[in-house]
Design a protein around this ligand. Structure first.
Ligand SMILES: *[C@@H]1O[C@H](CO)[C@@H](O)[C@H](O)[C@H]1NC(C)=O
Length: 232
């Protein structure tokens, strides 16, 4: 009867259904509402899966790789170690302080092996002697196009840095006897990979190098850089 009436007269079906068979009427309404909801749910699921598939394809096509950031070259303008008290005047030849002045140029190489661009944040590399920060080498942030190499030059100038106590003794010994002053240059470069206007989460490339400078010849003795650590 219900099928017949709904099929025959569509117009008045709605008017008398709720009165005579409230259950059925409401049941039918909520079923269609549920169907619509289900449709919407399926559509959203489909869209989510589509987005995921697009992201996967982008990742597979782009194959994002970690950028390389290395300390390539160090040139020494000067490195001077001065001791205010002459060894003869100080008790048992132990100096209380030593002063370090430095003017060096660092050349970094940034290599982007990706098919897409990369944005680097500004970085300040610490220059340290025995773990004591002497100064920073600042590298401004920049964008690097796909498949490219870029050289970045920065200068570190330290003027009369007062190295204290035990470090001062070591510094004077390093300079006068060993003729080799070892400095450490460390810093983390934050990079973001740019895909279709979106940027990836930050990828960190670590630079950790030890350099040794000869005060006598005012030149670089060696440069050792550790394996780049990568932490996302
Ligand atoms: C550092 O060296 C460069 C190149 O020789 C020079 O132009 C600059 O004036 C020096 N800076 C200082 C503070 O000595």
């Amino acid at each position: 009867m219900t099928t017949r009436s709904s099929g025959d007269h569509h117009g008045n079906a709605a008017s008398w259904y709720p009165q005579r068979r409230p259950h059925y009427g409401y049941g039918g309404g909520s079923a269609s509402f549920r169907g619509c909801c289900c449709c919407l749910f399926l559509l959203l699921t489909f869209l989510a899966l589509l987005a995921l598939a697009v992201a996967l394809v982008v990742v597979l096509v782009v194959k994002p790789r970690k950028p390389q950031f290395d300390l390539n070259q160090v040139s020494v303008q000067y490195l001077l170690v001065a001791s205010p008290t002459s060894p003869a005047a100080a008790p048992a030849g132990v100096p209380g302080a030593a002063y370090l002045s430095l003017n060096i140029t660092l050349l970094f190489t940034a290599v982007n092996p990706n098919k897409v661009g990369i944005r680097y944040g500004a970085t300040a590399f610490d220059v340290m002697y025995h773990g004591v920060p002497l100064g920073v080498a600042a590298v401004p942030g920049f964008e690097q196009p796909a498949h490219s190499t870029r050289l970045l030059q920065t200068r570190v100038i330290v003027d009369h840095f007062n190295v204290l106590q035990a470090d001062a003794q070591d510094l004077i010994r390093d300079a006068a006897i060993r003729d080799s002053v070892e400095l450490r240059i460390t810093g983390d470069v934050g990079a973001k990979i740019l895909v279709l206007g979106f940027s990836s989460p930050k990828v960190q490339v670590s630079v950790d190098c030890a350099i040794a400078i000869s005060p006598r010849s005012q030149s670089l003795k060696y440069k050792h850089c550790g394996v780049d650590g990568l932490s996302v």
